[in-house]
Ligand binder design. Structure first.
Ligand SMILES: NC(=O)C1=CN([C@@H]2O[C@H](COP(=O)(O)OP(=O)(O)OC[C@H]3O[C@@H](n4cnc5c(N)ncnc54)[C@H](OP(=O)(O)O)[C@@H]3O)[C@@H](O)[C@H]2O)C=CC1
Ligand SMILES: CC(C)CCC[C@@H](C)[C@H]1CC=C2C3=C(CC[C@@]21C)[C@@]1(C)CC[C@H](O)C(C)(C)[C@@H]1CC3
Length: 418
């Protein structure tokens, strides 16, 4: 069988130099954001007020807590699942099996945390540990990625990802060599994508809300909104867990530093930035403004969920009555592309909905600081880049049919703008 990536294949992310720079820049950004959120000026750009010493970063208690968290989520992953789903067909024609019990893991975690709190677990102490926790999460991501890189050395060629196998160790370490690294039936990428980081994110948000109640008597309306919106997003992801099996992370990207760090360190510690900001910089929010923000989030969610569900339903069964009436283009692969409904409005309506929600998550933090808008800015860049990668893959997959789709649906994410 051919090696998955020829030596002349174009490298993404600026090649080895870009990968090396990102491996320094991404962890530095996490620490910068954590420090900026608690500092007086809360500046997104510019140096933090003070740099922490090693004693502020390293804590054996944080290490134990982090390992216990990973252990708990791994144990919940291994519990019997209501359903076992099959992934897309792989190069060797096999299909992997995945447990669908993410929502169950979220509910059981909530029950355990609730029980713990009623027994005196000081959840409000967690915000003080964010820095050392982010430090051990980053260390774990580096060590884990090294393990994944070494594991890929003994994997069969058919198990390797289309990217991440350039022969350059820095680039391959960053992008990830193996597509679906597993030990027995434990799938590392699928586990990391949805469990410790996403559930950790809402737990950190909750701890910030509890801490705010301890400090100020009750949580602010802005804190409630941020917690509610992001819980809805995470709950939705776990409820529709099976849909993640068709995302490019699972079907195309190898599992290396980028996703490992992204899943277990970047998501919980930077996606909780708005709640971190609100704890240290309380913002007044009136009911009329809160109602407008809820409406913006609801519109974003409606588009995001509608678009994702429409495509998933169509991909599972094109004759399902909910999608059977939609207009399509046939492709040489035998698959069809939707050209009406959500996917006839722009080529990535799900990204549009996601971005509208990102705006709603930042608005409760007011407009006095740029810092809480970091997620919106980063996410716009991530989705524009992701959209370009997906277009490239779809052009390769569907050729002329994709060009026809682009002609009929000319805008990528935002109608009449982009
Ligand atoms: N919060 C976060 O940090 C992030 C969130 N996301 C979210 O994850 C979700 C999934 O995103 P992502 O994995 O990037 O990709 P998408 O869910 O948008 O899937 C893209 C794929 O959909 C199929 N497709 C494209 N156009 C059509 C069409 N017209 N008709 C039918 N099928 C089509 C193609 O695959 P095929 O034809 O092979 O089925 C294409 O490769 C999005 O909602 C995104 O917003 C993503 C990244 C980060
Ligand atoms: C560290 C880098 C800057 C980039 C890392 C990117 C990752 C953080 C994201 C890549 C794709 C993701 C998805 C989700 C979370 C963020 C990452 C891992 C997702 C699980 C969020 C919830 C959604 O409903 C989803 C559709 C399930 C998402 C899938 C992609």
């Amino acid at each position: 069988m051919d090696p998955p990536q020829g030596p002349r294949a174009p490298l993404e992310f600026g090649g080895p130099m870009g990968a090396a720079a990102l491996m320094l820049l991404l962890p530095a950004t996490v620490f910068h954001l954590l420090l900026a959120a608690r500092s007086g000026p809360a500046r997104l750009l510019g140096p933090p007020a003070s740099l922490p010493g090693l004693e502020a970063l390293w804590s054996p208690r944080a290490l134990l807590l982090w390992l216990a968290w990973l252990g708990l989520q791994a144990a919940l992953y291994l519990l019997p699942a209501r359903k076992v789903a099959k992934g897309l067909e792989l190069k060797d024609k096999s299909r992997l099996r995945y447990p669908i019990n993410g929502f169950q893991a979220l509910v059981l975690t909530a029950l355990l945390v609730g029980l713990g709190m009623s027994a005196g677990l000081p959840l409000g102490a967690l915000p003080e540990m964010l820095l050392p926790l982010a430090f051990v999460a980053t260390l774990t991501a580096f060590i884990f990625s090294l393990f994944l890189y070494l594991k890929a050395q003994v994997a069969p060629v058919s198990a390797l990802a289309p990217g991440g196998n350039s022969g350059n160790p820095i680039y391959d370490f960053f992008l990830g060599r193996e597509l679906n690294p597993r030990i027995c039936s434990f799938d590392f990428k699928y586990f990391c994508e949805l469990r410790p980081g996403l559930i950790g994110w809402v737990l950190i948000n909750l701890a910030l809300l509890v801490k705010e109640a301890e400090l100020r008597g009750s949580p602010s309306l802005a804190m409630w909104l941020v917690n509610g919106f992001q819980l809805l997003y995470v709950g939705d992801a776990l409820w529709h867990e099976e849909a993640v099996l068709t995302t490019m992370d699972i079907t195309h990207d190898g599992f290396g530093f980028m996703l490992a760090f992204g899943d277990i360190a970047w998501v919980p510690f930077t996606y909780s930035l708005q709640a971190q900001f609100l704890l240290h910089h309380p913002q007044p929010l009136g009911l009329p403004m809160a109602a407008i923000i809820c409406l913006i989030n609801a519109i974003g969610y409606y588009i995001f969920r509608g678009a994702n569900s429409q495509k998933n339903t169509f991909r599972k069964n094109p004759s399902d009555p909910r999608v059977a009436g939609l207009e399509t283009i046939s492709t040489a692969t035998g698959r069809q592309l939707l050209v009406s409904g959500w996917w006839g409005m722009v080529r990535h309506p799900n990204y549009l909905g996601d971005l509208i929600m990102a705006l709603a998550w930042s608005l409760p933090c007011g407009v006095s600081h740029l810092l809480p808008y970091f997620y919106l800015l980063y996410f716009t860049a991530l989705l524009v880049h992701r959209e370009a990668r997906d277009e490239q893959q779809c052009l390769q997959k569907y050729g002329l049919a994709w060009q026809e789709y682009c002609r009929r649906v000319p805008y990528r994410i935002m109608p009449y703008i982009y």
